[in-house]
Design a protein around this ligand. Sequence first.
Ligand code: SF4
Length: 478
Amino acid sequence: MMTGAQYLESLKQRRPRIFYKGKQLDRPFDHPALAPHLRTAAATYDLAHDPRHAATMTATSHLTGGKVSRFTHLFWTGEDLLRKVAMLRLLGQETGTCFQRCVGLDGLNAVWAASWEIDQKKGTDYHARFRAWLTMVQQKDLMAAGAMTDPKGDRSLPPWKQADPDLYLHIVERRSDGIVIRGAKTHITGAVNSHEVLVMPTLGVPPEGADYAVACAVPIDAQGLTLVFGRQSNDERKEEEGIDCGSPFGVVGGESTLLFEDVFVPRERVFMAGEGEFAGPLVDRFAAWHRANYGGCKAGNADVLLGATALLAEINGTIANAMVKDKLTEMVHLVETNYASAVGAAALCTQLPAGNWLVDPLLANAVKQNVTRFVYQVARLAHDLGGGILSTLPSDADFRSSEVGGLLHKYFAGKAGTSTDDKRKLIRYIEGMTSVSTLVEALHGAGSPQAQRIVMLRQANLGEKARLARQVLGLGKG
Ligand code: SF4
C-alpha cells in the first residue's frame, strides 16, 4: 500500500489534461485549487498505515490474500460493510471534509456484481476482465474515481432520442480489440487526483439504447479524455495565503466534468457493452451503497463542525448558556440519527449472487433522504450559534495590516486567554462547511432527494403493509 507521499508522487507519473478557469493546467498537482483535495486523498493513504486504524482502513483481499486498502476491497462480508461505515466516520473526523474515494469503492462493487451476472446469462467474459483489472488496482493501490452521472440534456427524452446523442455517454464504435466511447460525465468527485476512472451507466436501457449501457475503466490520462475542474464557493481563497483559505483539506471533494472525445477502451478494460437490462440493477445497487455512506462521512464531518461550533462558543463565553447547550444537543441528535441509520443499513445487508454484500436498500435511501435535511439543519444551528460574523469577518490581509490589524485584533478578541487567530480559523471552517457547495453536495450527491423517494416507495412494499392493516383490524379482503 502507498503512503500519502507515494500517492502524491504516483500522480506525477500521469499526464491528465485538466482545465480550470479557462486554462489548461501545466502542473495540475501543484495548483492551489487542487491542493486541498490532494491533501485529503493523501490522508486516506497515510491513515491506512496507522496501526491504530488497521482493522478499519485495511482488509485482506479475497482475490490475492494480500493486505489492501479498504478503498480497493470488495464488501466480501457483512462485517466489511460495518467497517466501511466506521472508516467513513473516521476519515470524516480526520479531514473534516469529503475524502473522495467512496464513489470508486462502491463502483467496484457494483461492476463486480453486474459483470458476474452478465456472464452467467450471456456467456461473456466481462467478469474475468474486471477481476484482472481490480487485482491490478489492489496491487498498485490505485485511486479509482467512479463516473456515473451523464449531462442528460432534455430529461423528458431517453438517451437515444436526445437531439445530441452525446448527451449520454455511449459507444460510438465497436472494434475487435475494444470500444470507442463519446460523451461526458459530470460532478465526478476526486477525478483530478485519481489514477483511473471507472465509467458506469447512468440508467437502465432497453435494447434500442444498448450503446448507452457501458461500463469500463479508463486511465486518467487516456487519449481523448479531458477534465474540467469545477468552481466552489470561496474557491479563490484557496489561491490566497493565510487564515481565509479555511481548512487545509478544503470543502467537498473537488468535482470535475469529464469529456470523453472518442476515447478508445481496450477490450480487457470493458466490463459491459450493450447489456442494458443489467445497467438498472448496477445503478440501483451503486446508489444504495453510496447513499448509506452519507450517514458515516457526514457524521464525521459534523463531529468536526460540532467541535468547531462548541469551541467558538467557548471563546465567545457562551458555552455554559443552557440555550447554547440545547442547540449543540440538537446537532448531536441529528448527526447520530444519520449515523445509526447507516449502521442499520449495513447490519441488515444481504449477499448478492456474485458474492459481495449489499446494504439494505430501503434504509440506505432513508439515510440519504435524512442527510438532505439534517445537514441543512445542522448548518442552520451552526449559523445560529456562530453568529453574523460567519459572513462578515474582515479578511486575513486586514488582520495583518499595519494600519488596522492591531485594532481588528483588539475588537475581535474573545474571552481572556483565547486566541483571535483561533477564533478566525473556527469561523472560516464553519463558514466553509455550511456554505453553498457543502449544502448542495449533501442534497444532490449520490442522487437528489426525489431519487431516494422513488426507491423508498418501491422498497416499502405498501401491499404488504395493507395486508397487515387488514389482518390487525379484521377487514375484509377488499
Ligand atoms: Fe465519500 Fe462522503 Fe465524499 Fe461521497 S460525500 S465520496 S461518501 S466522503
